[in-house]
Design a protein around this ligand. Structure first.
Ligand SMILES: Cc1cc2nc3c(=O)[nH]c(=O)nc-3n(C[C@H](O)[C@H](O)[C@H](O)COP(=O)(O)O)c2cc1C
Length: 225
């Protein structure tokens, strides 16, 4: 098989799993994934990411603290997230994605029930044995740092997929950035962008493979000749 084909299988086959087996990832496999991810490009080679990975008792403590904070509506995000600011095609894509997920999970159309289910599952890391929290160092202008950290996230996700693992990026976890800093003892100068729960996706669970549209090249790329 050509290298391009191998890469295609990884990048086109990658999905965000939302159900994991409890089995932990062996340390040497995790090390190999992190060796891949550290090759990520960044503005001026600043590499302005700081990744905190919680497993075992730390993972459980973090999940409990997130659930508790959510119960008290205690949001400590570093960056706002406004669902209502989406419009048109963007709202359509979000709604389609949500509908596919809830149908695959067997959750009825009740909006409040769906929201509670999603928050709960996110904060339980979808059953994954590990969660990586991606923090931004205060190096230069925030949007560009976020771009770099986003690139790191994709490197991590693709390497996980190449190793037979899976990861789901989660902005929802960053709604509790202050809680994460408190539980893990993280310097407040680092701001949290998103988390990635990861491990072995549960095979055969429809929430890991429901159909999802991706915009065509025609919709998203404009050629200027
Ligand atoms: C930065 C980022 C944040 C995300 N946050 C969440 C989240 O909080 N909860 C969740 O269930 N999915 C989250 N997702 C997953 C997206 O819903 C998912 O990537 C998208 O629907 C495309 O599906 P795919 O990853 O399976 O291709 C996030 C994705 C990205 C890139």
């Amino acid at each position: 098989m050509s290298e391009a084909k191998l890469f295609q299988d990884v990048i086109r086959g990658r999905r965000s799993p939302r159900s994991f087996l409890p089995d932990p990832v062996p340390q040497e496999v995790l090390q190999s994934v992190l060796e891949d991810a550290r090759n990520t490009p960044s503005n001026c080679n600043y590499q302005p990411w700081m990744i905190h990975i919680a497993s075992g008792a730390s993972r459980d403590k973090l999940s409990a603290a997130f659930l508790n904070a959510a119960g008290q509506q205690s949001f400590t995000w570093d960056f706002p997230f406004d669902f209502d600011s989406s419009y048109g095609i963007y709202t359509e894509r979000r709604q389609k994605q949500g509908a596919g997920y809830y149908e695959a999970a067997g959750i009825s159309r009740d909006a409040t029930g769906q929201r509670n289910f999603a928050v709960m599952k996110n904060l339980q890391f979808f059953g994954a044995p590990h969660v990586a929290l991606l923090f931004m160092a205060p190096v230069y202008e925030t949007v560009r740092v976020a771009g770099d950290v986003g690139m790191y996230g994709q490197s991590l996700l693709l390497s996980l997929a190449a190793h037979g693992l899976g990861g789901v990026p989660q902005t929802l976890l960053s709604f509790f950035a202050g809680t994460a800093r408190e539980v893990l003892g993280i310097d407040p100068m680092y701001k949290m962008l998103f988390g990635i729960s990861f491990g072995y996706p549960e095979p055969g669970n429809p929430v890991n493979s429901f159909p999802l549209d991706k915009a065509s090249i025609e919709e998203t790329v404009i050629f200027h000749n």
